[in-house]
Design a protein around this ligand. Structure first.
Ligand code: DAH
Length: 366
């Protein structure tokens, strides 16, 4: 029996002295492995007489538990030491600023389009869209610009070599006005829509890019007159520029798709050398700025859209979105809008979480 005691004391001493987990594993195999010395003692139990086994079993099992526990305890000790070692060698400075996650921003053009949608939704308008690759009929003919109409010259654009199934020439739309026709044909009257989107012309300088953005507006109903046009645009411009003193001047003009046609000017005043919208343009030191084209929809256009012009009439307007953004948010070079320079986008962009709402003011802080 002293053999067993010696074996156990010896084992515990050796376990306590192990230097690392590998050495400990070696001892575990030596004592408790399949060929291990304690395992061998366990096997002798089977060959003993019942009386002898009753006496020996608790002692051998006791030795086995003692060694098993000592190994587990030593193993846990090595693990704690390894962790402490790791924590002290790998320094982690929690006071360092976290690396900046790249953050996108809303382009001013998208921002202004969202603002427009918000303002006009309040006036009962929905947002309509149409294709950027348009056919000749929707872009020109149905808007009262026949094949030989001189107004087509101002809308020089990019043509595709192929024609559509009806033989129409395909082109990049030169304005958002074809959405008037598409919406009227699809939805009929009465209708109140705005149609923001990209348009194209073969133009390129500091104030013209071959692609730019417009927003079209269209109201068709019974008994609509020029007064509704003026009130709608005035209400919109006051909400958009967040100024009550916006003054409009309607100037006679010509567009093939409206009759009468008006050019809408807005009064501005000089504030420290900057033209700021607001006030009567005729007052001393003030002036007028041309902002958009508009008019009562031409009877011919209503007919082209399949409606009876004696029953339905209304007004329409077309307005440059990029220009509006420049006026409201103070950028002066249109080309920078489309350069894709992150620095510009960071500076002039808007937070995606800052949705324009009428209640909170549509002009989000940049
Ligand atoms: N489509 C015109 C353009 O791009 C703008 C325009 C003028 C649209 C008058 C209209 C309108 O709806 O009534 O030059």
């Amino acid at each position: 029996m002293t053999d067993l005691l010696t074996l156990q004391t010896d084992a515990l001493a050796r376990i306590a002295e192990t230097a690392d987990a590998d050495e400990l594993e070696g001892l575990r195999i030596e004592y408790l492995g399949k060929q291990g010395s304690i395992s061998a003692l366990m096997k002798t139990l089977g060959k003993m007489s019942p009386e002898e086994r009753q006496e020996q079993a608790p002692k051998i099992q006791g030795a086995r538990s003692a060694v098993t526990e000592a190994i587990a305890a030593r193993k846990a000790q090595f693990e704690t030491e390894a962790l402490a070692q790791k924590l002290s060698s790998e320094t982690l400075d929690l006071t360092l600023p976290a690396p900046q996650a790249p953050k996108g921003s809303v382009h001013p053009v998208s921002q202004v389009m969202d603002e427009l949608a918000e303002i006009f939704a309040d006036l009962g308008f929905s947002v309509a869209t149409g294709p950027e690759i348009e056919d000749d009929w929707h872009n020109f003919t149905a808007l009262n610009m026949a094949e030989t109409h001189p107004a087509r010259a101002m809308h020089d654009t990019f043509y595709f070599p192929d024609r559509d199934a009806d033989g129409n020439r395909m082109l990049l739309r030169t304005h958002t006005s074809p959405v008037q026709i598409r919406s009227l044909v699809e939805q009929g009257a009465p209708i109140r829509i705005i149609a923001p989107g990209r348009v194209y012309r073969s133009d390129s300088d500091a104030t013209h890019t071959p692609m730019f953005h417009q927003v079209e507006g269209l109201v068709i109903d019974r008994d609509i007159n020029l007064g509704h046009l003026k009130w709608t645009l005035e209400t919109f411009l006051k909400a958009f520029f967040e100024r009550e003193d916006i003054v409009l001047r309607l100037r006679p003009s010509y567009f093939p798709f409206t009759e009468p046609s008006v050019e809408v000017d807005v009064g501005w005043q000089d504030v420290n050398g900057r033209k700021v919208l607001g006030g009567d343009g005729d007052a001393p030191g003030h002036g007028w700025m041309e902002l958009l084209g508009s008019g009562m929809v031409n009877r011919r256009v209503i007919e082209f859209a399949g409606l009876d012009p004696d029953e339905w009439q209304g007004f329409a307007w077309g307005l440059g979105v990029d220009r509006l953004a420049m006026l409201k948010y103070g950028m002066d070079d249109l080309r920078a809008f489309f350069d894709g320079d992150y620095r510009w986008a960071d500076h002039y962009g808007f937070s995606p979480f800052d949705q324009p709402t009428l209640s909170a003011g549509v002009g989000a802080g940049a």
